[in-house]
Design a protein around this ligand. Structure first.
Ligand code: HEC
Length: 151
């Protein structure tokens, strides 16, 4: 799970640390669910701007991308043995097919890392630039949920 840290931007690491220490000291299930909740919120923000329901600004675009990147980078660290039991929708395949799960995480982190790079400091200049950066990130949700999340 450490390999993907090479994909990380420094900004992502700082954000990730903030999330990690804010809550859930020793509860990997709660932590990974909170990370995915923030992914869901960022998808709502980014998707809302893409549909024109929320006014686009570069800063808001950058916020959606940075939140995704931080969670993508952190997510894989919260699946220790035994955490398949409890209030979780993590599928058994995560532990029986760790390489397959890692591949999905790497795809997600690569897409968010590329979106960070495309953003620059101020964020994507306009909604078209944002769509180009954020669309590939949204394209990574489904295959991981289908393979590695129960319904
Ligand atoms: C690498 C695999 C993977 C990717 C990529 C991924 N998810 Fe998830 N997601 C999961 C798993 C596993 C869970 C269940 C976690 C649990 O219950 O322990 C989950 C849970 C969630 C949840 C529920 C969180 C909660 O409060 O329980 C939301 C919302 C979510 N994902 C949104 C997204 C969106 C949006 C994307 C794409 C931008 C995405 N996910 C990409 C694996 C992934």
């Amino acid at each position: 799970m450490r390999r993907m840290l090479t994909l990380v931007s420094t900004a992502g690491l700082i954000l990730m640390t903030g999330i990690g220490t804010a809550q859930t000291a020793n509860d990997p299930i709660a932590t990974r669910k909170a990370l995915m909740s923030s992914v869901g919120a960022a998808a709502g923000l980014g998707g809302g701007m893409m549909k024109g329901e929320i006014a686009y600004t570069p800063a808001a675009g950058k916020a959606a991308i940075a939140a995704m990147n931080a969670s993508a980078v952190a997510f894989g660290d919260y699946f220790p043995e035994g955490s398949d039991q409890g209030d979780t929708k993590a599928a058994a395949a995560i532990w029986s097919d760790p390489d397959g799960f890692m591949a999905e995480i790497n795809k997600f982190a690569a897409a968010t890392g590329a979106a960070m790079e495309a953003s620059g400091r101020p964020g994507p200049a306009d909604i078209d630039a944002f769509k180009a950066a954020f669309g590939p990130v949204l394209a990574t949700c489904k295959s991981c949920h289908e393979g590695f999340r129960t319904r």
